[in-house]
Design a protein around this ligand. Structure first.
Ligand SMILES: CC(C)(COP(=O)(O)OP(=O)(O)OC[C@H]1O[C@@H](n2cnc3c(N)ncnc32)[C@H](O)[C@@H]1OP(=O)(O)O)[C@@H](O)C(=O)NCCC(=O)NCCS
Length: 143
């Protein structure tokens, strides 16, 4: 897919005034993360005072059972960019910021899960340095 035009959006920490913008991008954000957000770090991409994208990561509280030997690790939990601002490099910048922050917090590794079919997300993660670690299989039985 062709890059539209690199965005000059500024990355900064989430402020409570961003809540409405975040909900416009992803309406269920505060419902999905109401319990989990403790200890997490939310960074927004600010374009002219409006939050147009965000990333949330958090340090894990349990051992990395899927990667023995890794002690302190973090999970990238949410990454969203408003459709009007996609394909301008904002998602990749947000992922890079999350990686930097987690490294600075002393985490040894960061993990995330995404759908195989989510080409844009996978491209943004891989541009920021993520590499496939393992594969999950979703089973189903008709009831
Ligand atoms: C995933 C998402 C955050 C990416 O944000 P973004 O700002 O568009 O990301 P970037 O511009 O940094 O990079 C996107 C890359 O994917 C590419 N791309 C876009 N659509 C694509 C597709 N269908 N298949 C493959 N690559 C695609 C772009 O060309 C770009 O790569 P390039 O820089 O080499 O040209 C955004 O698409 C989004 O919010 N999606 C909905 C929410 C979501 O799926 N979040 C991830 C959940 S795990």
């Amino acid at each position: 897919m062709r890059r539209v035009k690199a965005s000059r959006a500024r990355l900064r920490a989430f402020r409570i005034e961003d809540a409405a913008d975040v909900c416009r991008i992803y309406p269920m954000f505060f419902v999905d993360n109401a319990i989990d957000i403790k200890g997490g770090r939310l960074t927004v991409a600010d374009a002219d005072g409006r939050a147009v994208g965000f990333v949330l990561w958090a340090p894990a509280l349990e051992p990395a059972w899927f990667d023995p030997g890794v002690e302190g690790w973090a999970e990238l939990q949410e990454l969203h960019v408003h459709p009007e601002f996609q394909n301008r490099g904002i998602g990749t910048r947000l992922v890079r910021a999350a990686i930097r922050q987690a490294r600075g917090a002393g985490c040894e590794a960061m993990y995330l899960e995404t759908e195989e079919s989510n080409g844009a997300a996978r491209r943004a993660y891989e541009k920021a340095g993520f590499r496939q670690h393992n594969r999950l299989v979703r089973y189903k039985v008709r009831l």
